[in-house]
Write a protein that binds this ligand. Structure first.
Ligand SMILES: NC(=O)c1ccc[n+]([C@@H]2O[C@H](COP(=O)([O-])OP(=O)(O)OC[C@H]3O[C@@H](n4cnc5c(N)ncnc54)[C@H](O)[C@@H]3O)[C@@H](O)[C@H]2O)c1
Length: 135
């Protein structure tokens, strides 16, 4: 009797992050969104936190529509008030945070440093550097 071999690795759980809660900042698009999708695919409940509320909601809806767990939150990572509010809400609603990915960032406009205005330079530092340590 002919048949094709099927290989199943019983050691790998299908959803190794099941029950875990992840926040991914800057997840409305590109890198952050891909990371959020991967985490959700591995079973985590993912919060897509981004300055762009509508895009974050669309990303969360699409991920959740595929049978995974995702929610959106509008967040400016440079605002201590907004960061505090998001984490206070998380503590109340989910009582845990297992994974935090700081993917919010600026800097796709790659130009020689001397061509950046003081304002642009400050913005990049504020989001990419200070935005990961606001607490
Ligand atoms: N894409 C790459 O190949 C690559 C390579 C190296 C480094 N990076 C860096 O990684 C980061 C993400 O890259 P990307 O390609 O996804 O960039 P992107 O610009 O496509 O996405 C960045 C996301 O961050 C969000 N964001 C910006 N400021 C924010 C703020 N104050 N609060 C909350 N969210 C904010 C934006 O709304 C956007 O959704 C950037 O800093 C980028 O410079 C990207």
């Amino acid at each position: 009797m002919g048949g094709s071999a099927v290989s199943v690795n019983l050691c790998d759980p299908p959803h190794p992050l099941q029950g875990q809660v992840a926040v991914v900042t800057g997840a409305a698009q590109r890198l952050g969104r891909d990371i959020a999708e991967s985490l959700a695919g591995a079973g985590a409940a993912v919060i897509i936190a981004d300055l762009q509320r509508e895009k974050a909601e669309a990303a969360a809806a699409q991920i959740a529509g595929d049978g995974r767990s995702a929610a959106a939150a509008r967040l400016d990572v440079t605002s201590t008030t907004e960061v505090d509010a998001l984490f206070a809400e998380l503590v109340q609603a989910r009582a845990r945070l297992d994974i935090l990915v700081n993917s919010a960032g600026l800097g796709q406009n790659v130009v020689p440093i001397v061509k950046l205005s003081d304002e642009e330079w400050s913005q990049v530092l504020n989001v990419n550097l200070n935005g990961t340590s606001v607490q």
